[in-house]
Design a protein around this ligand. Structure first.
Ligand code: ADP
Ligand code: MG
Length: 249
């Protein structure tokens, strides 16, 4: 594994021959098959593909929120399948930031409380969690909205709160499922700039998007079709043979 600078570096995320089958019998769906993928520190990877191609499934597996039926997922070199429930939960809280497609903000908590939650759950000091939350809200341009409740914010603001929650603290792996969905194009660009800055600070980011102009911010783009990684000619390919492209930033 080599980086853009040519040095050797341990991947933050690795999928080894990962498959995921949902259901069984007549409702059996092969959501992912034989996916090999490596994301290194500093890398922004975009995942594209039609609806139902397995993008969200891939992200859930990468974040340890779902378990593969084949192969293995490693985060910071740790095979998730070998971790017990408690250690997996701790790794998710400390290392992984997740922006869900449907946001999942808690309506009873303010924006700042939503963002601080992963750190507070982890048992850190509340004061530190709150100041980290304020920093993350500032990163997404919501420094004055910490005391608002999600229901009193626009869709775009709620989405930025969800992004701040994924970024709070020192997350090494940020997984974002169509995070620019409810954002106008200017705010969408601002969010991508934030994700890009996190990469420059050493995180690995996986971004699911259907917008080519957002994928253009990525170091590398992979495509899913029917649960398989394909190259841009539509042929099934291993991750290694997929073209590596520089983003047009
Ligand atoms: P995408 O995010 O690209 O739209 P998904 O990963 O959500 O795709 O879904 C991939 C396939 O797996 C789809 O056919 C979907 O219907 C199926 N699928 C996803 N989650 C489940 C589930 N929990 N139970 C059954 N089928 C599922
Ligand atoms: Mg999806």
């Amino acid at each position: 594994m080599t980086t853009r600078t040519g040095g050797s570096v341990a991947p933050v995320l690795e999928l080894r021959s990962v498959g995921r089958i949902h259901g069984r019998g007549e409702v059996r769906v092969q959501a992912l098959a034989e996916v090999n993928l490596t994301v290194v520190p500093g890398e922004l990877l975009a995942v594209m593909g039609p609806s139902g191609s397995g993008k969200s499934t891939l992200l859930m597996l990468a974040g340890g929120l779902d378990t593969p039926t084949d192969g293995e997922v490693l985060v910071e070199g740790q095979p998730l399948g070998a971790l017990g429930r408690r250690r997996l939960a701790a790794l998710r809280r400390r290392s992984v930031g997740y922006v869900f497609q449907d946001l999942n903000l808690l309506p009873a908590l303010t924006a700042a409380e939503n963002v601080a939650l992963p750190l507070e759950l982890d048992g850190g000091s509340i004061r530190k969690a709150r100041s980290a939350a304020q920093a993350a809200l500032t990163e997404v341009g919501l420094e004055h909205f910490g005391e608002r409740f999600p229901d009193d914010m626009s869709g775009g603001q709620q989405q930025r709160v969800a992004i701040a929650r994924a970024l709070v603290g020192a997350r090494r792996l940020v997984l974002a499922d169509e995070p620019t969905g409810a954002l106008d194009s200017t705010t969408g660009e601002a969010v991508l700039r934030v994700l890009r800055a996190r990469c420059e600070a050493g995180a690995a980011v996986v971004l699911v998007t259907h917008e080519a102009r957002h994928a253009a911010w990525a170091d590398r783009i992979v495509f899913l079709r029917d649960g398989r990684l394909v190259d841009d000619t539509g042929h099934t390919a291993s991750a290694e043979s997929l073209l590596s492209r520089g983003g047009s930033r």
